[in-house]
Design a protein around this ligand. Structure first.
Ligand SMILES: [Zn+2]
Length: 55
């Protein structure tokens, strides 16, 4: 599984069994939360970009 880091726009390698809500630290130093919708994986930054914080 792969997704794109929303901060550095580089690919992020994800474990095959990645699940919603999983937190992954990317090489660029940002912490990403995994979101799964319609079979697609999206990543949301938990640190660095906080504009969507709180939802
Ligand atoms: Zn990154």
């Amino acid at each position: 599984m792969k997704a794109v880091c929303p901060v550095c726009k580089l690919e992020v390698a994800l474990p095959d069994d990645v699940v919603e809500g999983e937190v992954i630290e990317h090489d660029c130093g940002v912490v990403l939360e995994v979101k799964v919708s319609n079979g697609k994986v999206e990543l949301k930054a938990l640190e660095g970009i906080l504009e969507d914080w709180g939802e």
